[in-house]
Ligand binder design. Sequence first.
Ligand code: AMP
Length: 290
Amino acid sequence: MIKIIKNNIEIEDLHRENKGKSIGLIPTMGNLHQGHLSLIWQSLLENDISIISIYVNPTQFGQGEDLEKYPRTLKQDIFHIEAIKKEYEQKKNQPKRIYVYHPSCEQIYPDGFSDYISIEEFNDVIEGEVRPTHFDGVATVVKRLFNIIKPERAYFGKKDYQQLRLVERLVEQYCIKVKIIGMPIVREKDGLAMSSRNLYLDANQREQALFLNKKLNELSEILLSKGFKAANNLACEIKKNDKRFNYLEIRTQKDLKRPDINNFKDTNLVLLGNLQIGDTRLLDNIEVSL
Ligand code: AMP
């Protein structure tokens, strides 16, 4: 049985009883799929205790976004977590401790909470341009989770590339003692990046969704064979001709800056795309090193 912790006092007890043991944190909003499970698996490999937080954080949703309809599937999530725990223990022949932290809003944002933060470098570019308040909400909740859980390591998917970079900056700026581990994107067989929001797509939209990964792959080939200028021109053209793209950008991996064509030093790049399919915004990216 996986223990579900709802109250921060129980986390304090857990710390008291487990001094010296390493804790891995996997922050999620639930509706777990293979992408989330890959993060959990890595945490099992690297830590004595793994804590999966399942919390649909209201402050990272903008007005008119899908906060209400976001899938909340705790029972099914626990089932997946139990299965991965069992699989790990059988494969490695080693028992592992996993907890689910499933707080109420009062535990995360108690009365008088005032530690709302903003990592300005990222909150108004790329994804932040489309969702202006999103990253402030992410930074605030992640900092709060780090304060409560005090993990040694925390696991984030590269699927949300800008979020990963934001969390790295957060940790630097606030001198938080946690190691951030960025994990590769887990995809469906046909290339679609796994996401809880894929659930919103009907069969026809699911087909259209593949376009994003297809274009990113094409761009990455051009980037490798013909260079940055050619790939950048093509990205601009695709975006101009297809209004479904909220953005399609080539940035540096480290700081998500536009590469400087005249002083092209950092050759570790990432192609980032966001495609609007109906009401659903799909995210994907590919890292390319020249
Ligand atoms: P979410 O529940 O959507 O907030 O995601 C929780 C964590 O899982 C984030 O760090 C995501 O980047 C990560 N994640 C979501 N989808 C994937 C995926 N397809 N592959 C790898 N990580 C993912």
